[in-house]
Ligand binder design. Sequence first.
Ligand code: NMN
Length: 326
Amino acid sequence: MSQIEKKINELRKQLQHYNHQYYVLDNPSVPDAEYDRLMNELIKLEEAHPELITPDSPTQRVGAKPLDVFEKVEHTTPMLSLANAFDVQDLRDFDRRIRESLSVDQVEYVAELKIDGLAVSLRYQDGVFVQGATRGDGSVGEDITQNLRTVRSIPLAINETNPIEVRGEVFMPKQSFLKLNEKRQEQELDLFANPRNAAAGSLRQLDPKIAAERNLDVFIYAVGEWQAGTSATHSEHLQYLSELGFKTNPEWKKCDNIDEVIQYVESWIDRRNELAYDIDGIVIKVDRLEYQDILKTTAKSPRWAIAYKFPAEEVVTKLIDVDFSV
Ligand code: NMN
């Protein structure tokens, strides 16, 4: 390897590390000026040696040209939606059905915030982000790789050489949504109805430069396909995703039984407005993967998970309602 190649690799590793600290952990480890200096050094070296540019370089987030149309992507494992629970009784019924099917007295659950965004699937091969897709109808989604590459908290490279697909929710933080609408008002453009619609509108841009300006963020919440997978529980998956450098939501809780789940759900009803992003409920999943396999899925949704939906707080006036939901 030449000296230049070594220097380029070193800069990429360093910048990847700083990006992770800054965008994933919200905890910058160097001043911006130092980050910018290293980034400029890498840009200059790559300009002088374009043959050494790789798609996972931190300089390559917004590389691609505008598309004419999004290609279709068939999901190898369907991206199912979740059954809903609307009150405590629904949660108790869910727990009873599960315990009866498994013939056990107690089941451990993981409770997570249900982020109000768009479900996406991300594929990595040889440690490099190669494809990102929307859920679509659950079987076939749209290839939005080039827009997802612009989401700074999505790593372009990870430390897992086995093929892995992960799933998560792309969202727009409330603050970014307010700023975007302010700017649009000044420009006399239509306003987005809420952060979810703004995120949807951004992800369906054919020009990745527009998506890149929209300050989208992500929380990764599941491993989709992973042949080398050895975890026994969903909570271990969450731990592993975070070790790989993915942004996972820190608020999840492992609960020993449904009473603890109910306490967790109730604790968020009033606190949810304090978050920097919208949530529309709590997702509850059976923690043991072996149990998930036994419980299986119906045609529409897994039997081992449920989404508790918060009561709607207000009816939002329709402004731009981008339908990107199914
Ligand atoms: O356009 P990007 O690359 O997202 O950068 C936006 C700003 O964020 C830049 O001014 C950069 O300095 C800053 N940033 C800082 C760090 C850091 O570790 N201090 C990391 C990533 C981005």
